[in-house]
Write a protein that binds this ligand. Structure first.
Ligand code: SF4
Length: 351
């Protein structure tokens, strides 16, 4: 059973993972309006208690004494790509490290790609994070702080995608809490339609999300509709196969009436041919889905090749000719190893 706030030692509570009511409780304020003031500062992205200038000095001192610091993590490095992408390495309270990325598209839309775990247990063969193994889940405060650090550096963020390090449906309660904070009308107020959970295909997690919400956009890293190849590239398929995955997605779609995104990491030598496109078309048929084609981003030491421009065009033309909505994801963030599948310099902060 989850511990209530009052049972958790103050040194382990970080306010960036709480809403106004919980802040009131954690701080023992019994003053709703003071709790709301603190919450509104946190939502603005201020880094410490000193910046909460409308709080009386004794209260700020008290907060400092009780909680030590406002945030539990810090930025240990920031890398900017020529294309405008920003990758931050975040040092967590126990010395572990995660990465998050801010991607800006040509229309100026800023998307924060957030991590939900330190490393990832899923072991997708084409993914750098997967090759590093798994250390632990992140707390809601650690997820939200990634968002605040990116916001501090780049201003207003329009979209969030849980597609950084980790499998969000294996840490669903913390991700749910972060989504509740992102979409809180009293706080950041982000529309749920601007938030995407990207999963490798955790079927019970999809059912759970369909049943209990929140109704966010769902993306699934499908990669291929060939059972044997998916078993090889994505070990999750040995646990929940393509048929089970499709049933879960149909349930999600029936409950939410939302279009699902199927992500296809195209590997030049494995799943970019016409036969793979045909298998996908057959599999996708009952779903209302958009296909995002993600050209594989090279990762040193992994035995795959990037698809050629010709392969990418032929593959997406083939899908489009049969009426499938198909988007090709740009190679954003590659210069800083911040593109899809490239995250995870290390699971421990270097400095
Ligand atoms: S692709 Fe996603 S689910 Fe698969 S190993 Fe990488 S981070 Fe984990």
């Amino acid at each position: 059973m989850e511990a209530s706030l009052s049972e958790i030692p103050l040194s382990q509570i970080f306010l960036s993972g709480l809403n106004a009511v919980e802040i009131d409780q954690a701080c023992g304020l019994h003053e709703t309006y003071r709790a709301k003031q603190i919450y509104s500062w946190i939502v603005k992205g201020i880094p410490d208690f000193d910046a909460m200038t409308n709080l009386p000095n004794p209260l700020r001192d008290q907060l400092r004494v009780h909680f030590g610091s406002l945030r539990s993590s810090s930025v240990s490095s920031a890398l900017e790509d020529e294309d405008g992408s920003l990758k931050l390495q975040i040092r967590l309270r126990d010395g572990a490290a995660v990465e998050c990325v801010l991607l800006e598209d040509i229309e100026g839309r800023k998307t924060a790609c957030l991590s939900s775990q330190v490393g990832c247990p899923m072991g997708c063969q084409f993914c750098r994070t997967g090759s590093l193994g798994f250390l632990r889940d992140l707390g809601p405060d650690e997820i939200m702080e990634q968002f605040y650090f990116l916001k501090e550096k780049r201003g207003f963020i329009s979209n969030v995608v849980f597609m950084g390090m980790g499998e969000p449906l294996l840490n669903l309660e913390a991700v749910r809490k972060a989504i509740a904070l992102l979409s809180d009308p009293e706080g950041l107020g982000m529309s749920l339609r601007k938030i995407t959970i990207s999963t490798s295909g955790i079927v019970p997690g999809i059912h759970d999300l369909a049943e209990h919400g929140p109704t966010v956009r769902l993306a699934v890293s499908l990669t291929t509709a060939d059972e044997a190849l998916r078993n090889e590239l994505m070990p999750v398929n040995k646990r929940w196969n393509l048929a089970e995955l499709k049933i879960a997605l149909m349930e999600y779609q029936a409950k939410t009436r939302e279009r699902i995104t199927l992500e296809l990491v195209l590997l030049g030598d494995r799943n970019a041919d016409k036969e793979s496109a045909e298998k996908l078309l057959t599999w996708i048929a009952p779903l209302k889905a958009q296909v995002n084609i993600i050209p594989w981003n090279s990762v040193p030491g992994l035995p795959f090749t990037e698809p050629s421009k010709g392969q990418l065009k032929a593959f997406s033309d083939h899908l489009a000719s049969r009426g499938v909505v198909c988007v090709q994801r740009m190679h954003r963030g590659r210069g800083v190893m911040g593109a899809c599948g490239q995250l995870g310099d290390t699971l421990r902060a270097d400095h």
